[in-house]
Design a binder for this molecule. Structure first.
Ligand code: 8X3
Length: 250
């Protein structure tokens, strides 16, 4: 039975991925900031598989380190790390940008991936196998006005994925960089600080991706044969060609 560690597992793409992998017989270490949701998920998913939960904020290295140190011996062989945690905060021009929003995006989307990967890579290298799946975004492919810092944080994920591949391929570790387009989760609600009406406008008039669509893609990548590495994967809703138009009036 293989083990996957999923960050940001309590909602959206992370939760859908945990649910799918649990069904497919993976043991899961599910991580997130919401202790209540984590324990509910543990109760629900333990019916089908073994679940270990880690409650921490990925933006704080000391918390990440403390959490990783809590992983028991019999859970230490991690086959797949899914770096899913991340969010957009605010939608502003650079001159009007909120510094706390910028810090939250850089700390969560960029440094969070670095922190947890730094701590788990040694184990993967020692076992000479592993797979790291980094959830980037189509925002890394095309910058849009008023989302520049978010786009930059996701561009950084692309670069980190490429760098990981350069450093880890020789150790039998695969790296997948996955760029989802508009996916209907709490993403826009968080970006617009709880403004549900504004969040809904982003997904109006077309069928956005569902978190389960991305979970399916992650599952495809991590179930590929040993000699196959899906290195980069971009997924748009069929109705989306780019993001600039979508966010022009958001
Ligand atoms: C999510 C995709 O286009 O909303 O990262 O930035 S987009």
């Amino acid at each position: 039975m293989k083990t996957a560690l999923i960050t940001g597992a309590t909602s959206g793409i992370g939760k859908a991925t945990a649910e799918l992998l649990a069904k497919n017989n993976w043991r899961l270490i599910i991580c997130g900031r919401n202790a209540e949701v984590l324990s509910q998920m543990k109760a629900d998913l333990s019916v089908t598989t073994e679940i270990f939960t880690l409650n921490f904020d990925i933006r704080e290295f000391s918390q990440v380190e403390k959490a990783i140190n809590l992983i028991p011996e019999n859970w230490k062989k991690i086959d797949v790390l899914i770096n899913n945690a991340g969010n957009a905060h605010g939608m502003d021009s650079l001159e009007n940008g909120n510094i706390d929003d910028w810090d939250a995006m850089m700390d969560g989307n960029v440094k969070g991936i670095l922190y947890i990967s730094k701590l788990l890579i040694p184990g993967m290298k020692a076992q000479k196998s592993g797979h790291i799946v980094n959830i980037s975004s189509t925002a890394a492919r095309q910058t849009y006005a008023n989302g520049v810092v978010y786009c930059a944080s996701k561009k950084a994920v692309d670069v980190i994925s490429e760098g990981m591949r350069l450093e880890l391929t020789e150790f039998g570790i695969k790296v997948t960089n996955l760029q989802p387009g508009l996916t209907e989760t709490d993403f826009s609600k968080v970006r617009f600080k709880g403004d549900e009406e504004r969040a809904k406008t982003v997904y109006q008039g077309f069928q956005a991706l569902k978190p389960t669509d991305i979970a399916d893609a992650i599952s495809y990548c991590i179930h590929a044969p040993k000699h196959v590495c899906i290195s980069d994967l971009t997924i748009y809703p069929s109705a989306q060609a780019e993001s600039r138009t979508v966010y022009k009036n958001a």
